[in-house]
Write a protein that binds this ligand. Structure first.
Ligand code: SF4
Ligand code: MG
Length: 327
């Protein structure tokens, strides 16, 4: 069966004055309809760049895709025309961002921004588009949608703006939604509400959902699978339960150890030592080796291959089998 979306061996470079930054170094993951995949990693690990490449909105001029494929229903988007890409954006795959305030246009009402898409892309009349915009705001649980549709983004609270952006992303009925740190700017209670809403919408519409986050705690309840990124690579890919029960990569182990846990209240949280690597100078061998508590000499010279740890489960560590069996 063809996956809804399949990213394969994606390589992206930023050619800057300071040298070539190898931002993506063979990223691969897949998302099926009705499934939520969390892409987890520290800032600079390549999560957002992967998403922007999928959307065809990688706007940094020196960015070059040097290898790989992005298949949507089997069609390679990297080989598609700009016109076809535009069609897929919104209709096929839509994206929401961390910062709704900068994603929404401050000069237009929230309703207008939803309606514009419907009029341009669906040829709807002003009246039908307005009715649909109210429906969409209602769907994302914005109270009093019939009035709020006439308000401007700054009149919405942070959480309500995020809901409005979700409504906007759903306007063209996409089959897949990419949410890049959708709750990072929000307080904890609102975070949980937005996550619940995304989960609900994803299930009702049988959409594929990619949740990009640096916070494992936020996605644990909603994700089916997790792809852990480090230095532009997926270092572990696993079912969410398997990953929590027995992580298969030392980096995932460290992430889990740095999560607050109710049962260990009062104990100090472990943090991961060191900093994420500079992408212009990625460490030799396993890129995680300068920070890895399990590193041995070999790790500094030999790039680990993806070890298969089960059906649809991989880890890019020389000792993957050992790591997972000790979990
Ligand atoms: Fe750590 Fe070595 Fe495994 Fe890399 S390959 S994660 S450095 S043990
Ligand atoms: Mg980002």
């Amino acid at each position: 069966m063809t996956a809804l979306l399949e990213v394969e061996d994606l390589h992206v470079e930023f050619r800057t004055r300071d040298g070539v930054a190898k931002v993506l170094n063979g990223v691969g993951y897949h998302v099926d309809a009705g499934e939520t995949v969390a892409v987890l990693g520290e800032s600079g690990s390549g999560k957002s760049v992967t998403a922007q490449t999928i959307m065809g909105i990688l706007d940094t001029p020196p960015a070059v895709v040097t290898r790989g494929a992005i298949r949507f229903h089997g069609e390679d988007l990297l080989a598609a025309s700009e016109e076809r890409r535009r069609e897929v954006r919104g209709d096929g795959i839509a994206m929401i961002f961390q910062d709704a305030l900068s994603a929404l246009n401050p000069v237009f009402t929230v309703g207008f921004q939803i309606e514009e898409q419907l009029r341009v892309r669906r040829g709807m009349s002003r009246k039908d588009a307005r009715a649909r915009a109210v429906e969409l705001l209602d769907l994302v649980k914005i109270p009093n949608a019939a009035n709020r549709v006439r308000e401007y983004p700054h009149q919405f609270s942070g959480g309500m703006r995020q809901r409005a952006m979700i409504a906007m992303s759903l306007a063209l009925d996409p089959e897949m939604l990419i949410a890049d740190e959708p709750t990072t700017a929000l307080d904890v209670t609102v975070q949980a509400q937005i996550m619940d809403l995304l989960r609900e919408i994803q299930q009702e519409r049988d959409m594929g959902l990619i949740l990009i986050t640096h916070d494992l705690g936020v996605v644990a309840d909603v994700a089916d699978r997790i792809a852990v990124m480090y230095a532009g690579r997926i270092v572990e890919h696993a079912d969410v339960f398997q990953l929590f029960r027995a992580p298969g990569h030392p980096y995932t182990e460290s992430l889990l150890e740095s999560l607050p846990r109710l049962d260990l209240k009062g104990q100090e949280l472990k943090t991961i030592k060191g900093l994420p690597p500079s992408l212009t100078h990625i460490p030799s061998g396993c890129p995680f080796h300068p920070r890895c508590p399990r590193a041995v000499d070999r790790c500094a010279t030999e790039v680990p291959a993806d070890h298969r740890l089960g059906l649809d489960r991989t880890s890019a560590c020389h000792f993957a089998e050992e790591v997972v069996s000790r979990g």
